[in-house]
Design a protein around this ligand. Structure first.
Ligand code: GDP
Length: 336
């Protein structure tokens, strides 16, 4: 059988590095364009940094991808690279739009011109949905994002639809709900919670300070989602899929799960902004600070995941408490 080639944008990020590991196990050759001097710590942590199956290339601008696609004609293209922080997108909407939408469009145009048989996957986002829709939301439900990140992702998502429906490209949107792992950067609440809980249990110190702990998300485990994404690309027809668990957990649930992973008892006291958690000695271990609250952070959306159920017989989903435990134990181990 001929070796498959995958081009991954964003290979150094959480999803890119996890996918690279999965594809290496499946025998793919990987083309990995990065900026100069990228941080390859995720690839290092996964033990694949020196894999002979990964060919790293340096790109300077989005237009450099045209030559890369023309030369390699990848079997599959996974476009993960993005400005991925919803909160921060309010500060720099023009940059977010350029990276998340214009770059996707450049890639699609280049694929149709230079390698029309390549399959294309775009990491779309649950942030594209109207935020007051009844849950669970389905792929065809109304889109109306309320932050620059969601707006940029929706525009790119619609370009992917256009290239599939009008130009005939095998192009899929994976509408990814929040997905976490040991490789999440510190700006995401999962990493912030798990690393601070590990530190508090190990050596105490100042409390973990959070924003809206009542915010609820449909949270999944990234290594599970990567396998589903690969399956999406093996189907006969290109389609859009929610990649979700159809379950909601709050930020507070995550804090409880992280402490309980290390058998550390806490109890919650107070209300609203004064809510805090104390340990058995009466010391405050979690507090709230308004500076971490988001504008319009009221999206308690669950994703209907019926369409991906067909892939989940082979790839079961890790339960919430289990992956929070895994992330917390990993952080605890790093402190030793
Ligand atoms: P996002 O959904 O892609 O923005 O992922 P995050 O992990 O950054 O945030 C998930 C949820 O946690 C959002 O609803 C945030 O408002 C909420 N949250 C509560 N406290 C914090 C915090 O201290 N930091 C972050 N990043 N999010 C927080």
């Amino acid at each position: 059988m001929q070796t498959k080639t995958a081009l991954i944008t964003g290979i150094t990020g959480q999803d890119g590095s996890l996918l690279a590991k999965h594809l290496i196990n499946l025998g793919y050759r990987i083309i990995a364009p990065t900026r100069k001097n990228p941080d390859k710590s995720n690839l290092n942590n996964l033990g694949i940094i020196d894999s002979s199956l990964i060919e790293f290339l340096i790109y300077k601008q989005f237009s450099d991808f045209e030559a890369i696609i023309a030369q390699h004609k990848p079997t599959e293209i996974y476009h993960f690279a993005a400005m991925s922080h919803v909160g921060q997108s309010h500060e720099n909407p023009a940059v977010v739009f350029d990276v998340n939408c214009n770059w996707t469009l450049e890639l699609l145009a280049s694929v149709i011109k230079n390698s029309p048989n390549s399959k294309f996957f775009f990491a779309s986002s649950c942030e594209i949905y109207r935020n007051d829709l009844p849950s669970p939301v389905r792929e065809e439900d109304e889109k109306r994002p309320n932050n620059p990140y969601g707006i940029s992702k929706l525009s790119a998502h619609q370009m992917v639809d256009y290239y599939r429906l009008v130009k005939g490209l095998f192009a899929c949107n994976g509408i990814l709900f929040n997905h976490e792992s040991e490789l999440r950067p510190a700006s995401f609440v999962s990493k912030k919670i798990c690393s601070n809980v590990a530190r508090l249990v190990k050596s105490g110190g100042k409390p973990l300070t959070l924003g809206n702990i009542e915010a609820k998300k449909d949270w999944g485990y990234a290594p599970d989602y990567i396998k589903i994404i690969h399956e999406i690309m093996q189907q006969k027809n290109a389609q859009n899929y929610n990649v979700s668990t159809n379950k909601l957990y709050s930020v507070k649930d995550m804090v409880n799960a992280a402490f309980s992973a290390l058998n550390y008892e806490i109890s919650w006291q107070g209300e609203g902004i004064k809510t805090h958690a104390i340990n058995s000695a009466g010391d405050t271990v979690v507090s709230i600070n308004e500076k971490y609250f988001r504008p319009l952070d009221n999206r308690f959306l669950r994703g209907d995941n019926s369409k991906i159920k067909q892939f989940m017989q082979n790839h079961s989903q890790t339960p919430f408490t289990q992956w929070v435990k895994s992330m917390t134990l990993n952080e605890y181990k790093l402190l030793n």
